[in-house]
Design a protein around this ligand. Structure first.
Ligand code: SF4
Ligand code: SF4
Length: 436
């Protein structure tokens, strides 16, 4: 991605006060950051084969051509063709490619946010190697710059950049963490000044899955490693990334990286949250413009390493059959396919694989901020149905995943379709099977 020389202030003017021409200028300025050889190759190589449509759960669920992935990149593509493509002077001269207008940007909001979970399956399938999902991500950035990112995502991003939490809560999340530890009779390392490992948590687990939070504490206590949670850098999700705001993404990222540096941490562990992993592992160094002085690992990667080193010992489950959902960000962006299977294998899990597994796994339907959008509810429900069917087709009795946002999505789908399975966390299963 051609972003190395960009500077982002993160100080967008209040969106409501922008005039249409200001919005268009801001979107264009953001798109222009990305014009270059890399995006030119991506935007000029499409042979219109339509294969990316068959990769996308939103298209498959609706068969509506507007959900074809490469069409979602249209605002960016149109801006590129008019301003920077090989025929740009002619397009401009003869008015063949119109300027991207505010009305168009408003129309595209649904395509860029509600109907794209940034799962990356389209990029994987494209025979021309076009990074379709990345082009859509640039579209999101243009929308955020124009003040047209969905309000729920932008509000949460701003709140998180300011306070560390995406929303007001009755009590700070650090107190929620302490309560969960107390309820489970666990000691928790919080706000230590020095530690080898910085741990963070998904807000969804703090709010909805206290057992998962307790599982993290139990496992890290049992391993006897030097770790801490930090009140000022507790939340793993990055709403700036969801909203397409590089400025806010940077500020949210910096909360975690600053805390890790201050601690002298050698490792930051991303919990069960796929997009948090992408934001921290693959985008943090680029967005901050510096090398990170610590490693970033997803919790399943770290636990598989501990297993291999003989430091994590697990007992066997009772032979029940499980299906497992590979979270998109972990398999397609991080290649984390073996680590969860090593853990399941060590616990004697009878894993019945889905037809589309590992790198080809279909999205849960709700990642990338889609779960946060009420406007996307109907579309994500339709896409989720596809996935539930695939899970049922395995014949497995139980169902696991390693991303809390996927869990939210499956729980919602489960309720909607009166599904007979509960979505379980891999980390919770590890905590249950860890040998005392
Ligand atoms: S799969 Fe690739 S080449 Fe085919 S239509 Fe989609 S983006 Fe274009
Ligand atoms: S990234 Fe995923 S959700 Fe977005 S268009 Fe591509 S396949 Fe569809």
């Amino acid at each position: 991605m051609n972003t190395a020389t960009q500077t982002y202030s993160g100080k967008a003017a209040p969106e409501d006060r922008l005039s249409p021409s200001e919005r268009e200028e801001r979107a264009m300025a953001e798109f222009a950051h990305h014009f270059g050889a890399y995006t030119a190759t991506n935007l000029e190589s499409c042979i219109h084969c339509g294969m990316c449509a068959d990769a996308c759960h939103y298209y498959i669920a609706t068969e509506d051509p507007k959900y074809t992935p490469i069409l979602k990149a249209e605002p960016f593509k149109q801006a590129y063709r008019r301003e920077s493509g090989a025929f740009a002077p002619f397009f401009k001269l003869f008015g063949l490619k119109k300027k991207v207008t505010t009305e168009q940007l408003e129309e595209w909001q649904e395509l860029l946010f509600d109907s794209c979970s940034q799962c990356g399956r389209c990029s994987l399938i494209c025979p021309m190697g076009i990074e379709v999902a990345e082009m859509i991500e640039i579209g999101r950035r243009g929308m955020a710059a124009a003040g047209l990112a969905p309000k729920p995502l932008m509000d949460r991003a701003k709140h998180q950049a300011e306070t560390g939490q995406p929303e007001e809560s009755d009590r700070p999340y650090s107190e929620v963490l302490q309560d969960i530890a107390r309820d489970h009779d666990l000691n928790v390392a919080l706000d230590k000044d020095k530690a080898d490992i910085l741990l963070c948590l998904p807000r969804t687990d703090l709010e909805q899955n206290p057992e998962s939070v307790a599982a993290m504490i139990k496992i890290f206590n049992k391993l006897g490693v030097s770790y801490t949670f930090r009140s000022d850098a507790l939340i793993a999700e990055n709403y700036g990334y969801y909203a397409g705001s590089r400025g806010l993404q940077k500020r949210i990222t910096k909360r975690i990286t600053d805390a890790a540096k201050k601690l002298g941490a050698k490792l930051v562990i991303v919990p069960e949250c796929g997009h948090a992993y992408t934001a921290l592992r693959w985008q943090a160094a680029e967005i901050l413009g510096e090398e990170l002085p610590f490693r970033v690992r997803h919790v399943t990667e770290f636990l598989a390493e501990q297993l291999e080193a003989g430091k994590l010992k697990l007992s066997k489950v009772n032979g029940e059959s499980f299906a497992f959902h590979d979270p998109c960000q972990l398999v397609r962006k991080g290649g984390i396919m073996d680590a969860p299977r090593q853990l399941m294998d060590a616990m004697g899990v009878n894993l019945l694989e889905m037809h589309n597994k590992k790198g080809f796994s279909f999205c849960c339907g709700g990642g990338g901020g889609v779960n946060d959008l009420d406007s996307a509810r109907e579309l994500r429900s339709r896409a989720q149905q596809l996935k539930l069917r695939e899970i049922d087709d395995t014949g497995a009795k139980r169902f696991l995943t390693s991303c809390s946002d996927c869990r939210v999505s499956f729980n919602e789908a489960g309720e909607h379709y009166d599904w007979n399975k509960k979505t379980e966390s891999l980390i919770e299963l590890v905590a249950t099977q860890i040998k005392e």
